[in-house]
Design a protein around this ligand. Structure first.
Ligand code: GRF
Length: 213
């Protein structure tokens, strides 16, 4: 797909609600970007149907059907590069990428993680936050480096943990914020407002991270 705006490849493994939020922000002209391809690593990902409903080009690369990680990543890289994407957006992509892969897209690959990093990297963040009795939780958009959930933070959103919260209620509150901050960061990049300077991120010349709300 050609046209104006920053070209995005969005990688998903599951529901695809962040992908849909980004697609809607693009379609509404809220951000100067466009999704050129959605790539799923599982045949059963619900987001595949959602992407097709949104009129997006979808490619399925079932990771389990490749002989090894190197073969899967070679196909993934070929698909991203062939799509013309300028930014790779991991949106619920549940696969650890090799250092070679992350190095190739250094500064051009984002992830969203459901915690206030550096707290709670890894899986099952909502359960762990509830179990620890935290009073605050949230989500983080960050650039991807070879270290899992540890690249430079672009934007975080904080939410309260409320009495009686369950994993479902807490994750819904976090996801609502994810759908705001992910398009926001992509919009900053599309507008050339977010820059890496000396290994640190700057928004409009000021150091990040920033926090919403
Ligand atoms: C989100 O909570 C995101 O933070 C995490 O995986 C989830 C993906 O949700 N990385 P969805 O597929 O975008 O609905």
């Amino acid at each position: 797909m050609s046209g104006p705006g920053l070209a995005l490849a969005v990688l998903i493994s599951g529901r695809g609600s962040n992908m849909a939020a980004i697609a809607r922000a693009c379609a509404a002209g809220q951000i100067g970007a466009r999704i050129v391809r959605v790539i799923a690593d599982r045949r059963g990902a619900a987001g595949i149907v959602l992407a097709a409903e949104l009129g997006l080009e979808v490619e399925v690369l079932p990771a389990g059907e490749f002989p090894d990680r190197a073969a899967f990543e070679a196909a993934l890289r070929a698909s991203i590069d062939e799509s013309g994407a300028q930014l790779v957006v991991l949106a619920g992509f549940m696969r650890i990428l090799s250092p070679q892969f992350t190095a190739h897209y250094a500064g051009a690959m984002l992830n969203i993680h459901p915690s206030l990093l550096p707290g709670y990297p890894g899986l099952h963040t909502h359960e762990r936050v509830l179990k620890a009795g935290e009073r605050e939780h949230g989500a983080t958009v960050h650039f991807v480096t070879s270290e899992l959930d540890a690249g430079p933070v672009a934007l975080q959103a904080r939410v309260p943990v409320l009495p009686g919260d369950t994993v479902a209620s807490l994750s819904a509150r976090v996801q609502q914020q994810e759908h705001i901050i992910y398009p926001q960061v992509i919009g900053w990049i599309a507008d050339g407002r977010l820059r890496l300077s000396g290994g640190r991120l700057e928004l409009d010349g000021r150091p990040l991270p920033a926090t919403l709300p």
